[in-house]
Write a protein that binds this ligand. Structure first.
Ligand code: ANZ
Ligand code: ZN
Length: 872
């Protein structure tokens, strides 16, 4: 079907046509028993908010390009899609719009699936699921019970952030400035029975394995390391100067025992047992209450002023006989880290310094920076936390920090307080267990039953799944499952007595901690089919936003280990390669009243000095800063609108072309227009080429300079685009493709001017390669072009083109040209060019032609690739 292509390419016709063709051919349906080498590419699955945004388009396009490329490279590619479908927004919608969370969620999924399909993603839709499907969450309940059996889940009273308006527990991250992130209500501290995964048991393993993740961004590994927060230090006992009630000593955790000679106070947490014992002092009781109001979010504590209250107690200084240190209750000491108590060394810790300045406590420097004068060195407003040597520290004097830590640890190990060694070396982690109980309806029910006689009883396998009841109401605050008249009343599976279901549901982070494994066997009646999962996993390339760099990835890493322990998987790490893409940003616009305006509502004019007016009223509009696209600032571009106007391929191409994928990309009108022009150029090139290709083609003739050059360019581009796609350097791949398109446009003109079978052959090779390179990025255009070029089958099924290594070698040489031994110029020819080509090029040099005056040379001496001497 080689024919003349005259019309403009029309994505509105072509795109649905090819989507249908792929669908019918089941192009992207993958089989688990396919013998080809597996490759698993996954983008973080979306929350079904109702509409996709440009960030989704960018994210899913990147994954799609990689998936299509790997498919062309002969791999069995798994590229699935699903929905992270439980969570609060569905319940909020239920409360606001009187629509059931389930119908709201599935309607949104319906709409978004359609949108995703319209951008031409090569997804195996047969594997699609939503985490709110009973089929999915029932398997999650099995996992929960297995983990319970393995001792990886506990139930404990723990202090939680309680949102009194939403009536739910909030994670620390959901407490912003002491208020609930959604309700804005002042958060209270409450003690609740909570289910928790024992993530902290894996702290060391999760930390160490980060070293094996060499295809992860270093910044993400660092964030995880900091989150796990390993500290090696000392537990150290301070003897109370006089016993108080049952207390004879205070135990602290310190990472800097080398600074002990600089200690000037002891501080304990407001939740420390000693603080509780002291709360019969009104000042202490008031301070504790105030601290509780402040909340436990790390951020709040870091920002808050360092406050405390003196308890009246003292401890004996452990290395200065006769001296004592005052004991405070302080707001910056957390109960759930270390021992909930510290010794303060103001000279070398900023919080301690702030505290000491406020309460007039001594500041005694005991670490001298290298090269500083001990007489002069002082600590003023800033604590010195750097390296140096101990001084003012008696037997530690002169030692560097590490040596001093070692020596003082040995010293305290030899002494005892309360008949225990005074100092014990200890490692601590900041990583906490993961509390997963949520007082919410729209989540996975925790499959346990509470019985007065038997305690907590897991729901037996035969009674699974515990299905969410649908007849719930949202007319009052709190958990609808709690209010349901019958659902929670059941017979105890053990003693058959009256019992109650757990009404808490799981944190939605649980749902996203194993979905990647479920995609490998999405409809199995076990959580995974281990053999299948082990074959696909780990995910070769995971792509998503850096906002998930800590929790989601850490929980998934934990789950992978937990699933290994319970026999569902046999891998250590879920994601071999991780890529965190940048955001899509856009200019912002404001009218005179300071209200945000959408790009669709304004008109822009001018080149360098751009101005904007309101499209309807003509009123002046202020062009503001470039920000992440967000509904609140109205600087969003609707993917549907773009697909309707330009087509999916253009949007895809633009998303990939403008900036490196890890950086932000700025959406501009000019950018999308440019992408659209390129698409039409490729189409025109194919049209022109197709016409030429109707002529007989032959073996490309490498002695023809143009032929050699275009073949070299084509092969080099195939090689480079391949490595760029493998490295997710999409913008560089795009730049290479532009270059090839330019080269082919020129070569087409050359071939039109002087067509030979060899040139037709080279054009065929070049153009079909171009289309194959374009295919992962603009898949619909590529199919249309492929058909127009008369190629058989779908381009999506064509194997990635082979590269002739000989054509990759440094392709051209510059050869000086002499006339009678004197240099007159130079020529550039393909390396190893035949002598007659070199002679022809040399004689056509202007300087040479002038000296020949129309005559033939007496002799032409050629040293191949080196020099030409023309004798006249
Ligand atoms: C004395 C000291 C002197 C400290 C000095 C630091 C510098 P990381 O590295 O994060 O583990 N600390 C211990 N438990 C605490 C708690 N529950 N709440 C708040 N702070 C606590 O930090 C360990 C250091 O943090 C410990 O070392 C302790 O202060 C403080 F020049 O002890 B240090
Ligand atoms: Zn019972």
């Amino acid at each position: 079907m080689t024919g003349r292509v005259t019309e403009r390419y029309n994505p509105r016709v072509e795109e649905p046509r090819w989507q249908k063709a792929w669908d019918e051919a089941k192009t992207f349906v993958v089989r688990n028993d396919d013998q080809r080498e597996p490759y698993y590419v996954l983008e973080m699955f979306p929350y079904p908010s109702g509409r996709i945004h440009m960030g989704h388009v960018r994210n899913y396009t990147m994954g799609d390009v990689l998936a299509r490329y790997m498919r062309a490279k002969g791999r069995n590619v798994l590229h699935p899609m699903g929905w992270d479908a439980f969570g609060l927004p569905a319940e909020n919608a239920a409360m606001q719009n009187k629509v059931h969370p389930k119908s709201w969620t599935y309607a949104n999924i319906e709409a978004m699936r359609k949108q995703l399909k319209s951008i031409g993603l090569g997804i195996d839709w047969t594997r699609e699921f939503a985490t709110c499907d009973v089929e999915y969450y029932s398997q999650q309940q099995k996992l929960f019970i297995d983990m319970l059996r393995e001792g990886l889940v506990t139930r404990r009273k723990s202090k939680v952030n309680w949102d009194p308006v939403d009536m739910t527990v909030l994670a620390n991250e959901q407490v912003v400035d002491g208020r609930g992130w959604r309700s804005g209500a002042i958060v209270e501290q409450r003690e609740l029975n909570q289910w928790a995964f024992k993530v902290s048991e894996f702290a060391e393993e999760l930390l160490e394995a980060l070293d094996t993740l060499d295809q992860w961004p270093e910044k993400v590994r660092t964030m995880q390391r900091n989150w796990i927060g390993k500290s090696e230090g000392l537990r150290l006992l301070f003897e109370l100067s006089a016993p108080y009630k049952d207390f004879t000593s205070i135990e602290v955790f310190t990472t800097r025992p080398d600074t002990i000679f600089g200690a000037s106070f002891i501080a304990i947490s407001a939740d420390h047992p000693l603080a509780k014992a002291l709360s019969d002092q009104p000042a202490v009781a008031a301070f504790i209450a105030e601290t509780h109001r402040q909340g436990t979010a790390t951020e709040t504590i870091d920002k808050a002023e360092k406050l405390g209250v003196f308890t009246g107690l003292h401890v004996n200084h452990p290395v200065k006989p006769g001296a004592t240190l005052p004991v405070y209750v302080a707001n910056f000491v957390l109960m759930d880290y270390g021992t909930g108590a510290i010794f303060g060394c103001p000279a070398h810790d900023q919080r301690d310094l702030d505290f000491a300045r406020r309460y007039g406590l001594p500041v005694i420097p005991v670490v001298l920076p290298e090269g500083a004068d001990p007489e002069e060195f002082e600590v003023e407003a800033e604590a010195y936390t750097g390296p140096g040597r101990a001084y003012h520290s008696e037997f530690l004097d002169g030692l560097d920090v590490d040596a001093a830590k070692k020596k003082i640890a040995e010293y305290f190990a030899q002494r005892s307080v309360d008949n225990r060694p005074q100092g014990v070396v200890e490692t601590n982690y900041r990583l906490r267990d993961w509390g997963v109980s949520r007082q919410r309806y729209w989540g996975c029910p925790i499959p346990v039953i509470h019985c007065e006689n038997c305690g907590t009883v897991p729901v037996p396998d035969k009674d699974l799944p515990v299905v969410l009841p649908e007849d719930v109401t949202f007319d009052r605050p709190g958990n609808p499952l709690d209010h349901h008249p019958t659902w929670k009343h059941v017979a105890c599976p053990k003693c058959a007595g009256p019992a109650m279901r757990e009404t808490d549901t799981m944190d939605t982070f649980v749902d996203s901690s194993w979905y990647f494994a479920r995609f490998t066997a999405p409809h199995a009646d076990t959580p995974t089919i281990p053999g299948v999962a082990n074959n696909w996993l780990p995910v070769d390339q995971y792509i998503g936003g850096v906002e998930h760099a800590i929790l989601h990835l850490l929980y998934s890493r934990f789950f992978t280990r937990a699933m290994k322990k319970s026999g569902h998987l046999n891998i250590d790490e879920p994601f071999k390669g991780l890529f965190t893409q940048g955001m899509v940003v856009h200019e912002t616009y404001k009218d005179q009243a300071g209200e945000w305006l959408s790009p669709a509502d304004i008109l822009i004019s001018g080149g360098d000095n751009r101005t904007a007016v309101h499209a309807k009223t003509g009123a002046a509009v202020e062009i503001g800063s470039i920000e992440k696209m967000s509904k609140s600032k109205k600087n969003v571009v609707d993917p549907d609108e773009i697909v309707r106007t330009y087509g999916a391929d253009t949007a895809r191409w633009f998303m990939l072309s403008d900036s490196p994928p890890e950086r932000d990309v700025q959406w501009t009108e000019a950018g999308i227009e440019g992408a659209s022009r390129f698409l039409q150029r490729v189409w025109k090139l194919v049209g022109d080429a197709a016409e030429l290709l109707a002529q007989p083609a032959g073996e490309p003739d490498m002695s023809d300079a143009e032929t050699a050059a275009i073949r070299r360019l084509a092969h080099r581009t195939v090689a480079n685009v391949g490595t760029d796609l493998e490295g997710l350097r999409f913008n560089r791949a795009v730049a290479q493709i532009y270059e090839l398109a330019n080269g082919l446009t020129k070569f087409t003109a050359t071939t039109v001017a002087a067509s030979t079978p060899g040139r037709v052959g080279a054009l065929d090779e070049g153009v079909s390669r171009l289309i194959q390179l374009v295919a992962p990025m603009m898949p619909h255009l590529a199919e249309t072009c492929w058909a127009a070029l008369g190629k058989s089958g779908l381009v999506v099924d064509a194997p990635w083109p082979a590269v002739d290594p000989a054509l990759l070698m440094d392709s051209s040489v510059v050869i000086p040209v002499q006339v009678n031994g004197k240099r007159r110029g130079e020529i550039t020819v393909p390396k190893g060019s035949a002598n007659d080509l070199v002679e022809k090029e040399a004689l056509s040099l202007e300087a040479v032609a002038r000296m020949l005056e129309g005559k033939s040379p007496k002799k032409v001496v050629i040293v191949p690739d080196r020099i030409v001497n023309v004798v006249v």
